[in-house]
Design a binder for this molecule. Structure first.
Ligand SMILES: CC(=O)N[C@@H](CCC[C@H](N)C(=O)O)C(=O)O
Length: 371
C-alpha cells in the first residue's frame, strides 16, 4: 500500500479537537524527524508544527498549510481503521490533508526547489481557530511565507478533479451560542412560569427572516442552528434553553448586519417573553479570498497537467480560518475531489484514498514550477 495512504489511516484513528491535537502532533513530529535532512528546521507552536525546508537558491518562502484537527462526530464508516477516540472523527478530511502534506514535504526534502518552503501543520481549524493566533506568533513571524497555498477535500468531485476560483472561495463565518433564561414550573400551570422552549422556538424561526428580509438578496447569507438543548422532562416547563449555530455571509458587511439584527431581536425577545438572553458569537473567520494572479497561474498549470481536471467553481458557504492567511499573504486554496457518497462533517464521510498519491505528485510538480 502507498506509504501516505497508510499514514492517512494512522491519522484517521487518532482525531483530536482543536488545540488538543497532542497525539497528532507527536505522530507528525515522529515522521518529520525521520526525514533526517540538514535542510529541515522544525518548530512547534502549541499543538501545531512548522517545518521549513531551506531551498537551493532562495529568493522567497513558499507556504503550504494543512489543518490537523478532527470533529466531535461519532464515526459510522465501517472502515477497518476507525477512530479510536470515542465521539471524534476526521469528518472534514484533515487526515487526508495531513498525509498529502507529509508526502509533499518528503518530496521537497528529497528534491529541494530553489525557494524555501514552509509547511504549516495548523491546529483548531474547526474551532476555535488556530490560524489567527498562529500568524501573530513569533514562531510564524520569523518564517512568514511570501505566498501561501492550501487545499480542502471535496466529496462531491471525482478523484483527479481540482476546483477553485479567483476572489472569494469560502464565506465569512461566525459561530452563534444563545442561552435563554426563564422560570420553570408545572406543565399544567404555564401562566405561573416563563417557558424558554416556546421563546427559543419563536426565536429560531424568526432569525431566518434576517436572511430573507435584512440581507441584500444579491448578497447571500446562511444562519444554521445545529444544536438545541433544554428542559428536563415532558411535564416540567423549561427555564433554560441553549441553541448553538453558525452564520455565513459572502461579505463582511452582511456578517455585521447579521450580528446587529440578532442583537436587536434579542432585545425584543427579552421584552416580549420577559426573559434574559445571553449571546456569544464564538469564533469568527474571515472569508478565503484567492489572489487573482496566483489562482489563475495555478489553474493554468492544473489544466495542463495529465490526470487532473481543473475547473472553476462557485463560492461556497463553508468557512476556513485559512481566510486570515489569504487576507495577509497572497495565496489561494482549492477543492480536491475525493468522491465520497457522504459529505463533509458526515459520520460516513469516506474519501477515496487514491486522491492522496495523485495529489502529492501533482503538488510536487506544481511546486517545482512556482516562479
Ligand atoms: C471546511 C469546513 O467545513 N469548515 C468549517 C469551519 C467552522 C468554523 C466555525 N467553527 C463555525 O462553525 O462557524 C465549516 O463549518 O464551514
Amino acid at each position: 500500500m502507498n506509504k501516505f495512504i497508510e499514514i492517512r489511516r494512522d491519522l484517521h484513528q487518532i482525531p483530536e479537537i482543536g488545540f488538543h491535537e497532542v497525539k497528532t502532533q507527536a505522530y507528525l513530529l515522529n515522521y518529520i524527524n525521520s526525514l533526517d535532512s540538514d535542510r529541515i528546521e522544525i518548530k512547534t507552536w502549541r499543538t501545531g508544527v512548522l517545518v521549513k525546508v531551506n531551498g537551493k537558491n532562495p529568493t522567497k518562502t513558499v507556504g503550504y498549510r494543512t489543518d490537523i484537527d478532527g470533529l466531535p462526530v461519532n464515526e459510522e464508516t465501517n472502515l477497518p481503521f476507525p477512530s479510536k477516540h470515542d465521539g471524534m472523527m476526521h469528518a472534514c478530511g484533515h487526515d487526508v490533508h495531513m498525509s498529502i502534506t507529509l508526502g509533499l514535504l518528503t518530496n521537497i526534502v528529497n528534491e529541494p526547489i530553489a525557494d524555501n518552503v514552509l509547511f504549516i501543520f495548523q491546529p483548531a481549524e474547526e474551532g476555535p481557530g488556530g490560524a489567527k493566533p498562529l500568524m501573530v506568533s513569533m514562531e510564524f513571524q520569523e518564517w512568514k511565507p511570501d505566498v501561501i497555498y492550501a487545499l480542502h477535500i471535496a466529496p462531491e468531485y471525482k478523484v483527479g478533479t481540482i476546483a477553485t476560483k479567483p476572489g472569494l472561495l469560502f464565506a465569512h463565518t461566525s459561530e452563534l451560542f444563545i442561552d435563554f433564561y426563564g422560570t420553570s414550573g408545572h406543565a399544567a400551570f404555564p401562566h405561573l412560569t416563563n417557558d424558554m422552549i416556546v421563546a427559543s422556538s419563536h426565536f429560531i424561526t424568526q432569525i431566518q427572516s434576517i436572511i430573507s428580509r435584512n440581507v441584500n438578496p444579491l448578497d447571500s447569507a446562511v444562519i444554521t442552528i445545529g444544536k438545541i438543548n433544554g428542559g428536563t422532562v415532558q411535564n416540567v416547563i423549561a427555564d433554560h434553553v441553549r441553541i448553538e449555530g453558525t452564520m455565513r455571509s459572502l461579505s463582511a458587511e452582511s456578517m455585521n448586519k447579521l450580528k446587529e439584527r440578532i442583537l436587536s431581536m434579542i432585545n425584543g425577545f427579552q421584552e416580549s417573553f420577559q426573559c434574559k438572553i445571553k449571546v456569544d458569537f464564538g469564533c469568527n473567520y474571515y472569508g478565503v479570498i484567492n489572489n487573482e494572479t496566483i489562482t489563475n497561474d495555478f489553474l493554468t498549470f492544473a489544466k495542463n497537467y495529465n490526470g487532473i481536471e481543473a475547473i472553476e467553481c462557485d463560492v461556497a458557504m463553508t468557512g476556513e480560518d485559512f481566510g486570515f492567511m489569504t487576507k495577509d499573504i497572497p495565496g489561494m486554496m482549492f477543492w480536491l475531489g475525493v468522491d465520497s457518497p457522504f459529505g463533509l462533517h458526515h459520520q460516513k464521510l469516506n474519501p477515496n484514498e487514491q486522491a492522496i498519491p495523485l495529489t502529492i505528485e501533482f503538488l510536487t510538480n506544481f511546486f517545482k514550477n512556482i516562479k
